[in-house]
Design a protein around this ligand. Structure first.
Ligand SMILES: *Cc1c(COP(=O)(O)O)cnc(C)c1O
Length: 350
């Protein structure tokens, strides 16, 4: 163990004592052999007449197997967005504590903090979209509870250098959250492998990107069981519905199909990158370890509007720090990418 934590100083005092709602399905989970007259459900069988398993044990054991960790290290949320919210609420006392983020990055960290009256400290990424971890450690004060590291980072697409993340893990007393929403598209190792060494590490992944289930709303949180225990206490009891649990299980049981799609997307990412280089008004294509490319153009607002006129929706990141005149292109199917390139070539030259 390289880093252990003292949760009693990190978790909000009132939550250390919180007595969680004990649901009917907390006390007994559904199985075929028992007669369930405890939860006021409609007894007539349908796909959805029973409440879902509040701890999603089947799905978690499948995820645990796939990721090579124990189920006790996993909490599932209604999207990563719920996980972010639960983490902020578990560790940060409103009007007192703060989080640190590194813009340009995923927008939800700040939204969630703002919603919870938690101050947001920001330290922009450098020119290469990397963290200056020495400055980060200077930015931190005794009320900084969480540092959010997004790797691969949205919208820049690069991974954070591992030694920088380790520097934060080793020297910051609070929680380091590594958001790995795009991990399946990256060559870098996941930080899940570091959970046994660092109790202050929380890793997030999601079913929304590579797994193809953005509509199911299912986010994964990996952390020390001590942290997971508290997240389970504060989460809404039935936060992941039966339909989502079932569709996720089905997808994981057919994982080779996802791998095929990911490989296709990675091929398309290189192809799109090469094609974009041929366009005169494209100034820079940032290296990507995700399923999108950040691209600097001559005039992002103009190109965004021109693409919309052609019924192609991309993400305009012009107003994000360090992303002046940048557009973010998600990698589509080969047909969609061909259409994008064809359309880009037809736009006016500057
Ligand atoms: C898309 C994305 C997520 C996914 O959030 P969900 O709520 O699971 O859909 C999380 N983090 C980052 C950085 C993302 O880009």
């Amino acid at each position: 163990m390289k880093k252990s934590i003292n949760l009693s100083t990190l978790i909000r005092a009132e939550l250390l004592e919180l007595k969680a709602y004990s649901s009917a399905r907390d006390e007994f989970s559904t199985s075929e052999t028992m007669t369930f007259l405890d939860a006021n459900e409609n007894p007539y069988p349908s796909e959805l007449n029973r409440y879902p398993d509040p701890y999603q044990s089947k799905l978690k054991s499948r995820i645990a197997q796939l990721k090579g960790i124990d189920s006790s290290f996993i909490m599932l949320g209604n999207g990563s967005d719920e996980v972010i919210d639960l983490l902020v609420r578990l560790f940060c006392t409103p009007y007192r504590d703060n989080i640190l983020i590194f813009p340009p990055t995923y927008g939800m960290y700040k939204v969630v903090a703002d919603l919870n009256a938690v101050e947001v400290k920001t330290l922009p990424l450098n020119q290469d979209f990397q963290i200056d971890e020495t400055q980060a450690l200077d930015h931190i004060d005794e009320h900084t509870k969480i540092v959010f590291v997004c790797s691969p980072n949205n919208p820049s697409g690069n991974t954070m250098k591992r030694e920088k993340v380790f520097n934060l893990l080793n020297n910051f007393k609070g929680i380091v959250v590594v958001d790995e929403a795009y991990q399946d598209f990256s060559k870098e190792q996941s930080f899940i492998n570091e959970l046994s060494a660092y109790e202050n590490l929380v890793v997030m992944q999601t079913f929304s990107k590579a797994m193809g289930l953005a509509g199911a709303r299912l986010g994964m949180c990996f952390a020390n069981p001590k942290i997971i225990k508290y997240l389970n206490r504060i989460k809404p009891p039935y936060n992941v519905n039966n339909l989502s649990q079932n569709v996720a299980l089905k997808t994981l049981n057919n994982y080779s199909e996802i791998e095929t799609q990911v490989n296709q997307i990675l091929n398309e990412r290189s192809e799109l990158g090469l094609a974009l280089k041929q366009i005169s008004w494209v100034n820079k294509i940032y290296p990507s370890e995700a399923n999108f490319l950040l691209v600097k153009v001559d005039d992002a607002n103009q190109r965004y509007r021109e693409l919309l006129d052609q019924k192609i929706v991309v993400r305009n990141r012009h107003n994000q720090p360090g992303c002046e005149n940048c557009l973010r292109f998600s990698i589509g199917t080969p047909e969609e990418n061909k259409l994008l390139i064809k359309t880009l070539k037809q736009l006016s030259h500057s």
